[in-house]
Design a protein around this ligand. Structure first.
Ligand code: ADP
Length: 634
């Protein structure tokens, strides 16, 4: 088997479309992937820089609020030490009589009112409360043993007692500042001021600030959100928990850990905290809440102040930025794809235009070549036409010559019978005229007159013969119009002696018609056809001649049929060839049918032959009619 190498040169169509298919399959997911990635990057960058700027402004806020907390706490720092200066207090500690107690109670009550602290009380070195500002209250501290309190234990050792705790008497939280009261370098008692710091919480809430203060144990003691209060900001060890429980610092509160969902350390003292959604706060919006948490230690205390800045707005803004970036990228990608498609369309159009231009050029080239070819063949055709015209002219001249020659030949051929025709009447005339003279001499006028009449008739007949001969022999002017009946008459007249001699029965079955041919030429054709028929029938005992006519399609067809010997197969092939004859000796020239056919053709007519099954021969002469309506039948 032979393989066409071209098959392997061109890439198969399936392979040719593959890159486009791949592009169409992978481009949309790629764009979507990039869109998501860029959107996420936009979101991340926006959040990152947002947090940075937020932490800068948060730092200032942190500083401001931490100072406020510090000043609030430091307000009361020196209040317990002031009691050292009060003589009634030292008297009470020296001699705790009811009078002294009452004096100190009143003093402390007034001092507490003025300093707007929660309570001020004085303890002896055993930790028992000797006098208190709230001596009037039912839940007064008076007489209570608070030696277990850490602030007392610190103060009695001469250290400043700072302590946040929940009151063991009334369960009220407060900030306790204790000071060991010295007399001559010896601690004789402890003065304590209990302060409520809730006002700070209220202030934060009013300012919509989220903040809290955690103490040395990591327990939130002050918080703008009450839910976070008394929660630990870091995990508490079991020991610490036990110690705190024993000290009743936070009464019996469970001290759960403040558990953020996620904790991300951003810098020293800066964290990102995410808390679970607070249903009440979020009002059905169950999104987790993220905060930027900034912490700073409060001076003079082991406490820390933490400022929480909500990140929702920042996050929302970052999401918007991310979406914006993604949309911008999608738009850009769309524009790029659209631009690329348009570029391809333009390139395709340009290529198509170039191809069209090329095809046009080729077409024009081909048209030019064809035109040159056509012009050359046109010139050749013109030359051929010229040659044909010349040949036609030559032929026509030859034809005319032939017609003339045919006529002369026919005359020569007929001369014997003409001579015979004329000799007969001439002999008859001679006899009749001699007889007539004798009858006139005898006075037999009747017979003489009858003879003269016969003579006249004979002369007429002779005249007709010579007239026919003349008209036949003449090179006739082609008037182009002939009467069929007249032509038939003239022909039968001309051939009358032969027809009569052979006793031919003529059947005329045609109507007169005006046909487009010269009268003489028509007669010449008919003389030929009927003459041939007579020749063919010479051996026929009952010769019969049919002249049948019919008009159709603007033509008149005259059929000249005989019951002669017919034409054998060999002769049929050469009938219309010039000088073809089967007649012996001088009898035939072989020009009759040739001339007749050419005369008929010259007027747009035709001559054909039929060979009837019944025998004999029929020649059909077709000639164009002058008028489409033929004359009446004869
Ligand atoms: P010619 O009569 O001089 O031979 P034509 O061209 O008139 O030349 O006729 C050619 C030949 O056609 C005749 O020799 C004859 O054999 C044949 N032919 C023509 N007419 C008839 C006819 N009616 N019947 C039989 N043969 C015919």
């Amino acid at each position: 088997m032979k393989c066409d190498p071209n098959l392997y040169r061109a890439a198969p169509p399936s392979l040719a479309v593959k890159p486009r298919l791949i592009r169409h399959l992978f481009l949309p997911p790629l764009v979507i992937l990039l869109m998501v990635a860029l959107g996420f990057l936009g979101f991340w960058l926006s959040e990152h820089y947002g947090i940075r700027s937020l932490s800068e402004s948060g730092q200032r806020q942190l500083e401001l609020n931490a100072r406020a907390v510090e000043s609030e706490i430091s307000k009361y720092t020196y209040l317990p030490s002031l009691l050292e200066l009060e003589s009634s207090v030292s008297q009470l500690l020296d001699d705790p009589t009811p009078e002294h107690r009452q004096t100190v109670n009143d003093y402390l009550e007034g001092l507490n009112r003025r300093s707007r602290s929660r309570a001020i009380y004085v303890m002896d070195t055993t930790g028992r409360v000797l006098a208190t500002s709230n001596w009037r209250d039912v839940d007064s501290y008076l007489g209570e043993d608070l030696s277990f309190r850490a602030y007392f234990q610190n103060a009695v050792r001469g250290q400043p007692g700072r302590f946040y705790g929940i009151g063991s008497t009334n369960g009220e939280p407060g900030y306790y500042l204790a000071h060991g009261l010295e007399e001559q370098g010896k601690i004789i008692g402890v003065a304590v001021v209990k302060v409520r710091l809730e006002s700070m919480e209220e202030r934060w809430q009013r300012a919509r600030l989220e903040a809290f203060v955690s103490d040395e144990n990591g327990i939130i003691i002050l918080s703008s959100d009450p839910a976070r209060r008394l929660k630990s900001v870091r995990p508490l060890s079991e020991d610490t928990k036990e110690r705190l429980a024993r000290s009743l610092q936070y009464y019996w509160f469970p001290l759960n850990e403040l558990e953020p969902l996620a904790r991300e350390r951003l810098a020293e003292g800066v964290e990102k905290l995410t808390f679970p959604a607070n249903v009440e706060v979020a009002q059905g919006d169950n999104e987790d809440i993220s905060y930027l948490s900034q912490t700073r230690p409060l001076s003079d205390t082991p406490w820390n102040f933490t400022l929480l800045t909500p990140l929702q707005d920042l996050r929302r803004e970052a999401i918007n930025q991310g979406i914006l970036v993604a949309v911008a990228f999608a738009l850009l990608a769309f524009l790029l794809i659209a631009w690329n498609e348009r570029r391809k369309v333009i390139a395709t159009r340009l290529a198509a235009r170039e191809a069209l231009q090329e095809a046009n050029n080729q077409l024009e080239r081909k048209i030019g070549e064809r035109t040159t070819d056509l012009r050359a063949s046109n010139d050749r055709l013109k030359a051929q036409i010229r040659e044909r015209r010349q040949a036609e002219e030559t032929l026509r001249r030859a034809q005319d010559e032939l017609v003339q020659a045919g006529k002369l030949a026919a005359i020569g051929q007929m001369s014997t019978s003409i001579a015979h025709e004329l000799n007969q009447p001439l002999a008859a005339l001679r006899t009749l005229s001699g007889n007539t003279v004798r009858f006139l001499e005898r006075g037999q006028l009747d017979i003489a007159s009858a003879n003269l009449k016969t003579i006249n008739e004979l002369i007429d007949r002779m005249g007709r013969i010579t007239a026919s001969l003349r008209s036949f022999a003449r090179r006739g002017d082609d008037h182009g119009q002939a009467s069929l009946a007249k032509a038939v008459d003239a022909t039968l007249q001309l051939l009358a002696s032969r027809l009569d001699g052979a006793a031919v029965q003529v059947h005329g079955q045609f109507i007169d018609a005006q046909v487009q041919i010269d009268q003489t030429r028509l007669e010449q054709i008919l003389v030929n056809l009927i003459g041939n028929a007579l020749d063919a029938m010479h051996a026929q005992p009952t010769p019969e001649l049919w002249l049948e006519g019919e008009a159709s399609d603007g033509k008149y067809r005259l059929r000249v049929r005989d019951n002669g010997h017919g034409i054998d197969a060999q002769a049929r092939k050469h009938l219309f060839e010039p000088f073809f004859t089967t007649k012996p000796g001088e009898q035939g020239l072989g020009l009759g049918l040739t001339l007749s056919a050419s005369l008929a053709a010259a007027t747009g007519g035709s001559l054909s032959v039929e060979h009837p099954a019944s025998g004999g021969t029929a020649f059909v002469l077709g000639l164009p009619l002058v008028s489409p309506h033929p004359a009446e039948p004869i």
